[in-house]
Ligand binder design. Structure first.
Ligand SMILES: Cc1ncc(COP(=O)(O)O)c(C=O)c1O
Length: 413
């Protein structure tokens, strides 16, 4: 035995127990792509996908990726510094234009984009101020920046979405420069940032803002340009104080990060972000797929986003009428609150047995007592998909006392 083996064995106790009880929900292999797929030969509809506009599987997107494989192959075997193609450059220019920013940098994942952005901007003179519900990439970027020997930033948190709490932290910060990090839509709760109030506080305290709009790009705003478009705030905050980070792993149907901002600020990130410089380039077929989805967004006007919004509204109204608690959600991401780990796991297994996949989020992903099924409505779901999911949620919500909120007692699967 070794200490790493001892550690792994001890820390896997909960996972082993879930597997023994056959309620372990993660890493189940799909046998095809798309929202309608199979696991172990059984058909299922996936409500845990982030393919919000349902374009990942579109024939034009696949064709573009195939053509890029023929021209560039699957990988470019180096970092962007020496493996940039004309496709990457074209994509960056088009994204900057579409999002209405002076400059864009494309990275290999959204996670890298955020870590690299925070690491490049924050130093010993910076207080990084984070929403309490920040995504792991924001936390990790901040903790890395905080841990740099002799140049570490101060890290502070404010209460979720509270402009008052943010203001208190800004007033009591120790360092002269403030870097506030928020998300457009919070991914586990499906609620939007209180963006207007937060921007006002940032402006009052001369703070710079990093906005992670991973879940807002393609879903918020009439054209899908995100939370700033949604609230009529494009151009309202000085571009030189704002960096927007987003991803291709949701609406843009693949993988990859997007960094948008002022020309020099983005150029600085491009030359300083270690997560970008010391990791391989975004593969050309993925860049081609994102390029094609961007064309679709440009050509469709408001249509694609409107379709997603109307489906999400249908699901929200139906689930609310049935009596589910959807937490703080006001978007297409709707947590079905179970508030007990066993209830969330049992619901997940029962739904999966019936061909509907809704992945449970349990501790430590959320606090104990806030366990939930994370339901993502996408444009690719049909009315039949949603009706079947609602019917099953109602049946098992009653069976496992999610709807009544009663204690589940000694019930075992
Ligand atoms: C809010 C948020 N930011 C960033 C990311 C990271 O994006 P990517 O999947 O491109 O690494 C995610 C993905 O889970 C996310 O939910």
């Amino acid at each position: 035995m070794s200490w790493i083996k001892d550690k792994a064995h001890a820390e896997l106790a909960r996972i082993r127990e879930a597997k023994e009880k056959q309620v372990y929900p993660y890493f189940r292999p799909f046998e095809s792509g798309g929202l309608h797929t199979t696991i172990a030969g059984k058909p299922l509809v996936n409500f845990s996908s982030n393919d919000y506009l349902g374009l990942t599987n579109h024939p034009k997107v696949k064709e573009a990726a195939k053509a890029a494989i023929d021209r560039y192959a699957c990988g470019l075997s180096s970092s962007r510094v020496q493996a940039t193609t004309v496709l990457h450059v074209e994509l960056e220019e088009r994204l900057a234009r579409w999002f209405h920013f002076p400059k864009c940098l494309v990275t290999t994942t959204g996670y890298q984009a955020m870590v690299g952005t925070i690491m490049s901007l924050a130093d010993i003179d910076t207080t990084i101020i984070l929403d309490q519900l920040s995504h792991a990439c924001i936390l990790d970027g901040s903790f890395l920046a905080g841990g740099v020997p002799k140049n570490g930033s101060e890290i502070r948190f404010f209460n979720h979405n509270s402009a008052r709490s943010l203001e208190r932290v800004l007033k009591t910060r120790e360092r002269k420069n403030a870097l506030v990090c928020i998300e457009g839509i919070y991914s586990l709760d499906g609620d939007q940032a209180t963006i207007k109030e937060l921007l006002e506080v940032c402006a009052r305290h001369d703070a710079c803002l990093v906005l992670d709009d991973a879940h807002g790009s393609g879903t918020l705003g009439v054209h899908g340009r995100g939370i700033l478009e949604e609230h009529g705030l494009e151009g309202a905050f000085p571009t030189e104080k704002l960096v927007v980070v987003s991803t291709f792993s949701k609406t843009f149907g693949g993988i990859g990060g997007i960094i948008l901002g002022d020309e020099e600020v983005v150029d600085h990130i491009k030359h300083r972000a270690r997560s970008f410089l010391f990791s391989a380039t975004l593969p050309a077929p993925i860049a081609a797929a994102a390029n094609t989805i961007l064309t679709m967004l440009e050509e469709s006007g408001p249509e694609l986003v409107a379709e997603l919004r109307s489906k999400a509204e249908y699901m929200r109204t139906s689930l609310t009428q049935v009596g589910f608690d959807l937490g703080m959600s006001n978007t297409h991401i709707m947590p079905v609150m179970c508030r007990e780990e066993r209830k969330a796991l049992f619901m997940h297994v029962a739904l999966l047995e019936n061909g509907v996949m809704m992945v449970p989020i349990t501790y430590p992903g959320v606090k104990e007592g806030e366990e939930r099924l994370r339901v993502n409505v996408t444009r690719g779901h049909t009315r039949e998909d949603m009706d079947r999911a609602i019917e099953l949620l109602q049946i098992y919500g009653e069976a496992f006392f999610v709807l009544s909120g009663e204690d589940i007692g000694p019930l075992e699967l």
